[in-house]
Design a protein. Structure first.
Length: 310
């Protein structure tokens, strides 16, 4: 039999077969993907082959080639990766300008990774209803920045339903990965789209204005109008994995646009004479926050290094 992995709890995987049966499966202990050192060799969204043994336990025996995937550095094992989801049509990154604040470094790292693996991304600015005038202004500036770079942005409140009317049409017949920091309101967002999902939500930690994880595993939720929403655990950081410094420019659309004018082909856009990117940053054609995100990925330092300034 073969089917689609719709849920991953860490040790068990639920596979929806071509016949529409949901089968709980395990993977053999020695099952590893060639060429990818991953903490989860099988991801939600994978198409897999499954076989039952004599006792009736189903095992995943093979993974079909992936069209794309979103990957990040494993939080605990720096040399390994964690595949968030595979074979997706688009990603919705849910961000909040406060309660908690999503850093531009996090947004840009996610966007660059999505570019690297050919996953179109929409930025969903949530909690619009509780922003002060100043925060509202900041959100409008953020949306303008990312729209100028070339990303679709929508402002919503999953709690009140503000702006949510446009979302179902954007999800129809697509496999959409939903991601974001802990506490940005992913579960509330899903509960609004799928009232029957009844996902648990949690309060923001007042002491640190950070979210607390409520989703503990990844799952594909079927949409009534066609398509799937892939719910993933909230992530605190987004460590980029397996990117070569010389490739990085092409994953930042705005930086790539100006890099073609640089004097040297192998320009790193950090110090070289005749660098069109540095000139564009100075003249505010490239946002300072985007350039700092590029530097943070180039150096692959801790994300918090630049967070205070922006």
């Amino acid at each position: 039999m073969h089917g689609l992995v719709i849920k991953n709890t860490g040790s068990w995987y639920t596979v929806r077969t071509d016949e529409g049966l949901d089968v709980d499966c395990k993977i053999k202990g020695n099952f590893r993907l060639k060429g990818i050192r991953s903490t989860n060799p099988v991801a939600v969204g994978d198409i897999v082959d499954i076989v039952r043994n004599q006792e009736g336990t189903a095992f995943i025996t093979a993974i079909h080639d992936r069209r794309n995937y979103i990957i990040r550095k494993s939080q605990n094992l720096s040399k390994q990766s964690h595949i968030i989801a595979a074979n997706v049509d688009q990603a919705f990154l849910i961000v909040t300008v406060n309660y908690p604040q999503t850093s531009t470094i996090f947004i840009d790292r996610f966007l660059a990774t999505a570019e690297a693996y050919s996953v179109p991304t929409v930025l969903v600015f949530n909690k619009t209803d509780i922003l002060s005038d100043e925060e509202q202004h900041y959100q409008e500036m953020m949306m303008r920045l990312y729209e100028t770079v070339g990303y679709k942005c929508v402002a919503v409140s999953a709690t009140t339903g503000l702006g949510m009317d446009a979302i179902p049409a954007m999800l129809k017949d697509k496999k959409t990965l939903l991601s974001g920091n802990s506490g940005v309101g992913k579960s509330t967002f899903i509960n609004h789209i799928l009232p029957g999902a009844n996902l648990r939500t949690s309060e923001i930690s007042d002491a640190h204005n950070t979210g607390m994880h409520t989703t503990t595993f990844s799952e594909m939720l079927e949409l009534p109008e066609g398509g799937y929403l892939i719910d993933t655990p909230g992530i605190k950081g987004f460590g980029t994995f397996d990117m070569e410094p010389e490739e990085l420019t092409s994953y930042f659309k705005d930086i790539f646009h100006f890099s073609k004018e640089c004097r040297f082909n192998n320009c790193t856009h950090t110090h070289e004479p005749g660098c069109a990117v540095l000139k564009a940053v100075e003249e505010h054609y490239i946002a300072a926050s985007r350039y700092q995100s590029y530097l943070s990925m180039l150096e692959d330092k801790d994300e918090n290094k630049y967070r205070e300034a922006y």
